[in-house]
Ligand binder design. Sequence first.
Ligand SMILES: [Zn+2]
Ligand SMILES: [Zn+2]
Length: 772
Amino acid sequence: MPADQLIAALDTDEGGLRHLRRLPPRAAVRTPWPEWVPEEVRTALEDTGITLPWPHQAEAATHAYEGRDTVIATGTASGKSLAYLLPVLTEAAADGPGRTLYLAPTKALAADQARAVAEFDVPGLIPAIVDGDTPFEHRQWAQRFANLVLSNPDLLHHSLLPRHRMWRSLLKDLKYVVVDECHVYRGVFGAHVALTLRRLLRLAEHYGASPTVIAASATAADPARSLSVLTGRPATEVTVDSSPSPGAAVALWEPVTYEIDGEPQQASTLSETARMLAQLVRRGVRTLAFVPSRRGAEIVAAEAKSRLGADPAAGRIAAYRAGYLREHRRDLEADLREGRLLGVATTNALELGIDVTGLDAVLLCGYPGRLASFWQQIGRAGRGDTEALAVMLAKDDPLDTYLVHHPEAIFDRPVETSVCDPSNPYVLAGHLCLAAEELPLKEADLASIPGSREVADQLVEQKLLRRRAGGRYYWVGSERPQVALRGSGPMGVDIAETSTGRLIGTIDAAASHRLVHRGALYLHQGESYLVDDLDLEEGLALVHAAKPPWTTSAQEITHLEVLSTRERLEMGDVALSLGEVEVTSCVISYQRRRLPSGEVIDTQQLDLPPQTLRTVAVWWTVDPASLEGLRDLAGSLHAAEHASIGLLPLIATCDRWDIGGLSTAAHMDTELPTVFVYDGHPGGAGFAEQAFRKWTGWLRATRDAIAGCECTAGCPSCIQSPKCGNGNEPLSKPGALVLLNRLLEAGEGPVTAAVFDQRPAAPEDDLWPGDF
Ligand SMILES: [Zn+2]
Ligand SMILES: [Zn+2]
């Protein structure tokens, strides 16, 4: 069914369509095979239907073949795999000694890639998957024989590099390292992967190899620079996409509003997504709905099913997310690929390159937080010559509301650069220890990472490294340090059924306090569970199935201390600062809220330990003398804080959930009315820093979002926050506008900038040796 008809079918009497953009179809351009591709490889590819490459594939492949680190950054389904496989297949067909290590961010993607590679009947190619599930004998076989090892950074970090002597035959002949979906490596996770890759390249060099890095990325700004940050070496980029596309109709949708007591209220974005998913599935339209939270994905799938009632199509809808057991996820992927499932509500776990082509439509339940993700998700739809349909439904928050009313901020803006900071001392210290344990560190190893020399010297003081004559650093600690690549803590929390012990899923330790505390209602695959007990020592939450007519929300208190100031902008009565802070937060209680009204039934106390975070924050202060006549100062600051957190993803590559905030009418360190916005990761992830660098654009969009909202007293589309630990009290919408206007005016006057020579405090003893 044509996209226009589908859009008409999705619309309601009230109308929610705010903008429709047509992405024109693109005809395929073909180019001859590069001369260096041997006949056997051409034939093998032609047998699978690939007659000639597209120019971007040939160009990227040739760069890599000639030994230049290369990143290919083009759209979804633009055949990036072929670009990195051409040199790999060529080496195999020539029976060359060169071997390839392919790294995907998820096991699922590596498995998918292995299946795709198996379709090419190229002589000499011996692929093998090696991940955490691979039995020892298979690993041994792969170490000796495979010339294409498909794996992930976690295996590299936890197994391959520590046991590099066993992997010596792979490392000494390592010719290519493929880094697939490399835009995923951003923030703190990106910093960990960057340092893991550098450890790999260092060991390969030690064994006499000098591999070329070939990376594939979603469309991104400055991809060569991003790859350079990951590897510490220069890189070339290929960004012009010459693959064909049927075009797409992209609709921006604002769920309809209705009035309660004169205040506009928005229909729930989750319900609207479920409604559209049900309508599309009923028409046989193969649809993927991207939902921002695991819990949301469960709700959308369950509601879409129930809307279809007795319709047999109801059985062809499912939810998909990380945290399910592996076998279950593989089954869902196969059902989706082979068309047994028509509609899937998923978290961004399915955003990456897993081959689920053949979809007609995608629904985005809310803006995914980054333009790169937006385009990646939109690109999932489209098969054959039929125009694809993509609908983004605005969530009830300031950023989404701003975007559906300012479509140019989506369609006419370059995709953001992905940021990571391998010199984050919290991340770097652990990897320096690991690297030294793998092979003594030389001065040259430290040269490419700013600040690494200082961190290494601190490790010497802590008696973890020893510096010998000649400038080498040796590992002298007793146990190999534990470094978690993903998440802040090494331990996830398992969720299991109390009566049977059956494992239901896992959750990261940081989120467990909020989501699986005793008494919490937890959703999984459409089923709801009540948490009987959370044992933090064991890392275990015990639950039983239950369907109460209420839900729960956790309440948190937060305390913030300024440790040091790096930079400050003085602008009359106003100042903006960037520096290190320590945030201590504690989930103290939870509320039970009646469904669907959200009315509070009661509040239950909890006895959970506080969680401490040392990180980087941006904060602004205002002289209270200049605010005379402002009635609700605390509410004004709080409202400005919420809205500014909501808009930060517009300028930094973060999610709202990556950042925290705190506002107070008189902070003990600044002694002034202050709003803090901080990175939610130890040591910072670069988001607060970007907020500081681009503060006028950030706060101007914040002001415009509040001013442009139709409500009178504030609503979730402007100043209310879904993650407020204080129940969204107090809040003042007019006061927030006064404050933000004051800041923006001050920024137009004289600005005195100061840079302080205070480097981040190094990780102290409390981080060693067990806690990282
Ligand atoms: Zn509002
Ligand atoms: Zn709040």
